[in-house]
Design a protein around this ligand. Structure first.
Ligand SMILES: *[C@@H]1O[C@H](CO)[C@@H](O)[C@H](O)[C@H]1NC(C)=O
Ligand SMILES: *[C@@H]1O[C@H](CO)[C@@H](O)[C@H](O)[C@H]1NC(C)=O
Ligand SMILES: [Mg+2]
Length: 258
C-alpha cells in the first residue's frame, strides 16, 4: 500500500513537472521529505532488499532484525506477488519468441523452493520469523513433510504456458533426495503434474551453486538438452556454467543460499 502510494506520487509529480522544466529546477537527488509515504526503517529496508535482489549484498545469513515488519508486509502484501509476476510475464514474452525444435531437447529449468512452491507459511511462522532468526532445519523438514506447500501462481502459470509452447520442464532443487517422494507428491497436488526430470540433491554432491551448475552442465553436455530458460529465487540457481540462454530471478528477501 505504502509503496503503491509512493509510485502514485512519483507519477503525479512527473506529470506536474512537465513539460520540460528548466534544468536547474530539477533536483533529482533532493528527497522530498514525506512524499515517499515510507519512513525509516522502511526506507533502509527497501534499500537493503534491492541490494539483496541484485546481488550487491551476498552471503547474508539473516534478515536484519529491524526489517522484520518490512519483509512481513512485503511478502504478505501485494508487492511480492507483483514483483514475481512481472518476472514470469517477461519470461513468457521471451519464450514465445523462441524457435522450438521438435526433438524434445528444449528445456526450461525451474528451481522449486520459493520459485515453484511457496514455503511462506513456514517462513511467516514464529519458527522462522521471516528470516530474522537462524533456520531450524528440523522444523523446516517437518513443514516439508506436511506436503502442503502451495504453488506460486506466477510460476505455475509460466509452467503451463511453457508446456503449451512445447518446452520440456526440468525441476532442480537443493533439497535432499531423501525428501524427493514427498516433495514430488506436493508438486503434483498443486498442479505441477508433469516433468522431463526432477533433480534432487544427493548429500555427496555438495550444494548451492556448485551442485546446480554441475547438474546443468550434465543436462546439456551429457543428455544433449538445450537450456533455453532458467528461473530461480537464488543467484546460486542462475550463476556458474551452463546457466541457460536467459535467466530470470524471482524475488526472495527471506533467505540466501550460496
Ligand atoms: C529453427 O531451428 C531449426 C533447428 O535448429 C532451424 O533449422 C530453423 O532454421 C530455425 N528456424 C528459424 C525461423 O530460426
Ligand atoms: C529446532 O526446533 C526444535 C523444536 O522446537 C528444538 O527442539 C531444537 O532445539 C531446535 N534446533 C535448533 C538448532 O535451534
Ligand atoms: Mg529456491
Amino acid at each position: 500500500m505504502g509503496f503503491t502510494f509512493f509510485l502514485l506520487i512519483l507519477t503525479i509529480s512527473s506529470v506536474v513537472a512537465s513539460p520540460n522544466p528548466p534544468f536547474n529546477q530539477i533536483h533529482l537527488l533532493m528527497p522530498h521529505s514525506g512524499s515517499a509515504g515510507l519512513k525509516h526503517p522502511d526506507l533502509d529496508c527497501l534499500s537493503w532488499r534491492l541490494a539483496v535482489e541484485v546481488h550487491n549484498i551476498q552471503n547474508w545469513k539473516q534478515v536484519p532484525g529491524e526489517c522484520k515488519t518490512y519483509v512481513e508486509h512485503y511478502m504478505l502484501g501485494e508487492q511480492y506477488r507483483k514483483d514475481f509476476d512481472i518476472v514470469t510475464e517477461e519470461a513468457y514474452k521471451y519464450a514465445k519468441g523462441l524457435n522450438i525444435t521438435k526433438d524434445g531437447k528444449d528445456i526450461w529449468v525451474f528451481d522449486i523452493d520459493e520459485t515453484s512452491l511457496s514455503n511462506l507459511r513456514f517462513w511467516a511462522s514464529d519458527n522462522a520469523a521471516f528470516g530474522t532468526i537462524p533456520l531450524n532445519i528440523t522444523l523446516f523438514v517437518k513443514w516439508v513433510e506436511e506436503e502442503t506447500a502451495p504453488a506460486i501462481p506466477g510460476a505455475l502459470k509460466l509452467y503451463k504456458q511453457l508446456i503449451e509452447l512445447g518446452f520440456k520442464i526440468v525441476f532442480m532443487t537443493g533439497l535432499d533426495e531423501a525428501y524427493g517422494e514427498i516433495r514430488s507428491k506436493n508438486m503434483k497436488y498443486v498442479g505441477y503434474t508433469t516433468w522431463e526430470k526432477i533433480i534432487y540433491n544427493k548429500a555427496s554432491e555438495g550444494s548451492g551453486v556448485v551442485y546446480k551448475q554441475a547438474k546443468r552442465k550434465e543436462l546439456e553436455e551429457v543428455f544433449g538438452y538445450r537450456i533455453r530458460g532458467n528461473v530461480g529465487d537464488q543467484w546460486s540457481d542462475l550463476l556458474g556454467t551452463n546457466p541457460g540462454d536467459r535467466t530470470f530471478k524471482v524475488p526472495n528477501p527471506m533467505y540466501y543460499v550460496a
